[in-house]
Ligand binder design. Sequence first.
Ligand code: SF4
Ligand code: SF4
Ligand code: SF4
Length: 357
Amino acid sequence: MSISRRNFLGALTAGAGTVAGADKLLAAENFDGYPDRYGMLTDLSRCVGCRTCEAACNKQNKLPAPDVPFNDLSVLETKRRTTAKAYTVVNKYATENGKPVFRKIQCNHCNEPACVSACFVMALKKTKEGPVVYDASLCVGCRYCIVSCPFYIPAYEYDEPLTPRVMKCTMCYDKIMGEGGAPACAEACPMEAITFGKRSDLLKIAKKRIMDNPDKYIDHVYGEFEVGGTSWMYLSPVPFDQVDMSTDYARTPYPKYTKGALASVPVIVMLWPVLLGGIYYMSNRRRQIAEEERRNAVSTAIAETTTDVQARADKAQAVALKKAQKKAERDQKRAIQAAVKEALEKAADTGDEKGGE
Ligand code: SF4
Ligand code: SF4
Ligand code: SF4
């Protein structure tokens, strides 16, 4: 009997009771305690859509070559999303004043991330330094983080058969914590459209730019409050909805919306790792079976092909042999005929000589 994931969850929730501590677990996702956390500020008025940041990110994260080379700007005409091969993409937007505006998209490193809240094996984590990072060794492949992200950012390695991962921008966490400096995209941007620093400093910089250039910017720092605030923020010369940035987000962090619903079925919280482990095992097993079937099919095909080739070779050999035999017979016949002819001619010559005597 097969059981769908939806049915599986439904069966579990039917018998759910209240488990003390579930509320505490959810309440722990309060990130107000990291006042020194880092952030990024993208100034859309400076971005020229050169894709240098995309190339730098690709190199820094050792991602596969892009489908369209980074020096080909025709891709800007298409509205792209981040993928497992591209942690960041730049899109071009036609605006009401007629001037195009370019926007770099990547994980916004929310202050209280929905993806972190959705991941009950804690493979995603909001670090105290600001970046939201991912630990593939803990991930069970449920992809709830992908569904939960309000910005549609995390992508899944569907092409990776054995160990697929959730892929997204890390704010170059390893780099900034290791060798130091700014994330690769910020360092590479020739227009200084991306600024890295303490989030609190970036907010001051952003507000000063608006104050000094009121005609140049919309009077709003995107990400200061959206979905409870994000570490990656934006300044724009046009209203944010003209560059496809939702202006409907409330100030409430997304995890707060799910808190009540999850607290009413806290047994899921407690059983989540087991449950996801089960789902992971089942999907992994399915993948293994599929892989075994594929291998068997390939071996059979190779064996059949080998037999086929051998049969064809045998047939060709037999035809060649027959041909050679026929030729040998022909040659032999010709040789006999020639010998007979020669003997007859010799006999005729001998007769003539005797007659002449
Ligand atoms: S490198 Fe800078 S200017 Fe070029 S596309 Fe990226 S953000 Fe825009
Ligand atoms: S933007 Fe999405 S993936 Fe990034 S931290 Fe926020 S919820 Fe998570
Ligand atoms: S911060 Fe790092 S991982 Fe994120 S888009 Fe920039 S280069 Fe890529």
